[in-house]
Design a protein around this ligand. Structure first.
Ligand code: ADP
Ligand code: ZN
Ligand code: ZN
Length: 768
């Protein structure tokens, strides 16, 4: 055993998790600490040599030890510390270890995901030259007047004000340049150091200060009951309240209590760029308090600033999307975590580490010994199961909308029935009822929101001859190509291209069928097609530019989206048509009609959560309506009006839906009653893909407890993406513990490894 005392050139050893897919050493690689870095701390980012070629790689110190069992001669020294970034709090390191184990992700990659790229690059970093007094001028020497003034000013400044930034010193000495200071430096009378800092600045938001005078008795009771748990212990709460029932108001009161006690609140929202109002409301309601905001709409420099303020302990509230669950709140300061819209699929990260931000939030609260509050109008079945059957979460309910707000009336419209009333043969995406309601709402001064969860113009490009049967698929994926128009002219498509929504390749729209030369037709749904139909039916919308399509084709980044929402809120835009981007947390009092063009887009997907997603989508989009004093109306078009998910969403009846759905899942042994992991093997060569997957399934079956079911391998629902064949294995376990045991064994033996050839997804939410 080597100890640091035997090696003068070593100040101890450190385990370092490198920012690479190294998974064989779950506790990090051992490096020697050179004496110059003797004060190295756990959580610091360092550079280390890696591999035979000693390639310099960034990593994080996860543990310090005085001795090591390894041959000291073979231990490489740490190259340097990252002087610019702050160290990660210990609570985050513990969280990273849990994520790395639970989600089968290398520890170093997990830690790398915790620190935003903008922080690693130190975007917006300013280098400051700091000056301090070294020695008094030699006796008898009289420096020139300007230099003397500098020395006088420095002498007057107290020790707390040393060193001084060079330009500030020049100002204090009444100088117009820093020349005299530099001459003093050159004479070794002054010393210089550089200090890097990120300019602090708070992100500007439209501030909203409206505050209801009193809470309803229900809200009061919930605030009291959750408030009672703010005692330095873990507890989990599910706040289930219909849209507009005043959940955010409950959050705000609890946040107040926590920050008054000197603690920090972490609040997650699904995608903050889509819910700009929440930020404005938090800032408006806590004047003088510091709300740090972490989201994708910020510049890199702003992101770095916000992160730095959190790590420095300046922020009282941290608000952000999924990755904000890694906000570097100083150890011991976290007092409450809130996860709004906890059911939302965007909390799941689809790259390594494939974590779910909501579940990580629960774990983080456990580690920090504080309460976690999950809020939603449509609880995920996971959370509902935890709050009811397992009773591991406390359930709180807000049964009614806030005073003055009413739930909208939802009408289900049968697409097929509606078609019978049309005389022409043209396909209409807006049935007579929806069309009529749009007209009367616009005439009455109300705004309209239309949802269709599919972008593009048409999702089928086909030969008109049924006997030929040609359909345009992607060359590299087992999917159909989607037609996107370049622009619309009076409701008719002009130009365009076809795109694969999975590998994103684009091609020109073929004029004729490659097999029989007939002119191709396009059919199916898409937001552009709705836009075209609206232009034909409501030409005044197109002419006045008071209609806008919102999807990832028309919006380039969060800024565009903010801008569009601003114009909608101000009434300049009267009708928004969009994908699920517009179904989330938006709160616009003028919206009096919400139309769902086709509620069935998700229902037939080969995914056991299809019904749950459909229920959520219809309920959430309906919740965007009637938030002003005027009652709202919702029209849901569907080919399957009897589907329970649609019927119950229209009746605002979550409990019946969840009870039935949970019974189905129990019968089929699916989550949340069981735990699932999904392994997808990917290979350009089909035979090899199949062979690897078969071998893996066999190995897993040998090692699995009897109660674990292993399905597959079988082709994924999308069996090929971007030229790679995909074979999946599903593991279903009665408990999380058994599943973890199996995954750990498989990982330690090197059977499973996240990478280009294999996806390991624990608690998957996408099954395609
Ligand atoms: P949710 O988060 O459940 O969608 P909000 O907290 O945003 O609901 O409340 C919806 C609206 O009702 C907001 O405009 C809010 O200011 C208002 N509101 C909330 N609670 C009350 C209350 N107790 N009295 C009056 N208005 C309220
Ligand atoms: Zn493709
Ligand atoms: Zn053909």
């Amino acid at each position: 055993m080597a100890t640091l005392f035997e090696h003068e050139n070593v100040a101890g050893y450190a385990r370092v998790a490198v920012e690479r897919g190294v998974d064989r050493y779950p506790d990090g690689l051992t490096y020697a600490i050179p004496p110059a870095l003797a004060d190295l701390a756990v959580g610091e980012r360092v550079t280390v040599p890696l591999g035979a070629a000693d390639r310099l790689t960034a990593g994080y110190v996860v543990e310090l030890t005085r001795s090591t069992d390894l041959d000291p001669k073979r231990i490489k020294p740490i190259k340097d510390r990252d002087h610019a970034t702050r160290r990660l709090p210990v609570e985050l390191l513990d969280l990273a270890r849990w994520i790395s184990g639970y989600y089968c992700a290398p520890l170093g990659m997990t830690l790398a995901a915790m620190m935003p790229a903008a922080v690693k690059r130190q975007a917006g970093l300013v280098n400051k030259t700091m000056v301090h007094l070294l020695a008094p001028p030699p006796a008898g020497e009289k420096p020139p007047a300007k230099q003397r003034r500098v020395l006088e000013v420095l002498a007057e400044l107290g020790p707390a004000q040393h060193p001084v930034e060079i330009r500030q010193l020049a100002r204090l000495a009444g100088l117009s340049t820093t020349g005299p200071i530099k001459r003093l430096v050159a004479r070794n009378l002054l010393g210089v150091t550089t200090r890097s800092s990120v300019e602090a600045g708070w992100v500007k938001q439209a501030v909203d200060t409206t505050c209801p005078e009193t809470l309803t008795p229900q809200q009061q009771e919930i605030v009291r009951s959750i408030g009672d748990t703010l005692v330095g212990r873990f507890s989990a709460h599910l706040l289930f309240g219909v849209t507009g029932s005043g959940k955010t108001e409950v959050y705000i009161r609890l946040i107040q209590q926590v920050i008054d006690a000197g603690k920090v609140v972490l609040m997650l929202v699904p995608e903050i760029a889509l819910t700009p109002q929440t930020g404005g409301r938090l800032i408006g309601r806590f004047p003088g308090r510091r709300v740090a905001i972490l989201h994708s709409g910020l510049t890199a420099a702003q992101r770095n600033q916000q992160w730095t303020m959190v790590v420095d302990g300046t922020a009282d509230v941290v608000l952000g999307a999924r990755s904000a669950v890694f906000a570097p709140i100083p150890d011991g300061r976290l007092g409450l975590i809130i996860v709004d819209e906890e059911h939302d699929g965007s909390y799941k990260q689809d790259q390594v580490p494939r974590y779910n931000g909501r579940d990580v939030a629960v774990r983080r609260a456990q580690l920090a010994r504080c309460p976690v509050l999950l809020g939603t109008a449509t609880p995920s079945l996971e959370s509902w199961h935890n709050a009811t059957i397992r009773a591991s979460y406390t359930l709180h309910r807000l049964r009614k909308r806030a005073p003055g707000l009413r739930l909208p009336k939802v009408t289900i419209v049968d697409f097929i029935e509606q078609r019978k009333h049309r005389r022409d043969r043209r396909i209409h995406l807006l049935g007579p009822i929806l069309e009529g309601a749009i007209g009367s709402t616009l005439d009455g001064g109300g705004n309209v929101l239309l949802l269709l969860n599919r972008r593009g113009y048409a999702n089928y490009i086909a030969c008109p001859d049924h006997q030929c049967g040609w359909l345009m698929g992607c060359d590299d994926c087992d999917t159909m190509m989607v037609y996107h128009v370049a622009r619309l002219s009076h409701g008719e498509p002009v130009g365009g291209y076809v795109q694969c929504h999975h590998c994103l390749t684009e091609q020109r729209l073929p004029a004729t069928c490659p097999l029989c030369d007939r002119k191709v037709t396009t059919f199916g749904l898409g937001t552009q097609r709705v836009e075209a139909e609206l232009q034909r039916k409501f030409p005044e919308l197109a002419e006045g530019r008071t209609m806008l399509r919102v999807d990832s084709d028309s919006m380039h980044g969060a800024r565009d989206f903010h801008d569009a929402l601003g114009r909608f809120a101000a009434g300049k835009i009267r009708l928004l048509i969009g994908t699920q981007m517009i179904s989330k947390g938006l709160d616009f009092p003028r919206v009096r009609l919400v139309g769902v063009i086709n509620a069935d887009t998700a229902i037939n997907l080969p995914d056991f959560r299809a019904a749950e997603r459909t229920f959520q989508l219809v309920s959430q989009v309906a919740g965007r309506c009637g938030r002003g004093t005027e009652p709202g109306r919702v029209i849901v078009q569907t080919f399957a009006p009897d589907t329970p998910a649609i019927r119950l969403a229209a009746a605002h009846d979550y409990v019946t839906f969840a009870t039935g759905e949970l019974a189905d899942r129990t019968r089929c042994g699916l989550p949340p009653v069981t735990r699932m992991a999904r392994i997808v093997c990917r290979d350009k060569d089909y035979e090899r893909c199949r062979r690897v997957a078969c071998t893996l399934a066999g190995e897993l079956k040998e090692r699995a407890a009897a109660s674990i079911r292993i399905h597959g391998p079988a082709p994924c629902p999308i069996a090929r993406i971007a030229g790679k064949h995909r074979q999946q294995i599903e593991l279903l376990s009665p408990t999380p513990g058994l599943l973890q045991d199996l995954l750990t064994v498989a990982r330690n033996e090197g059977l499973i490894k996240a990478g280009a050839a294999m996806v390991v997804d624990v608690d998957p939410i996408s099954m395609l």
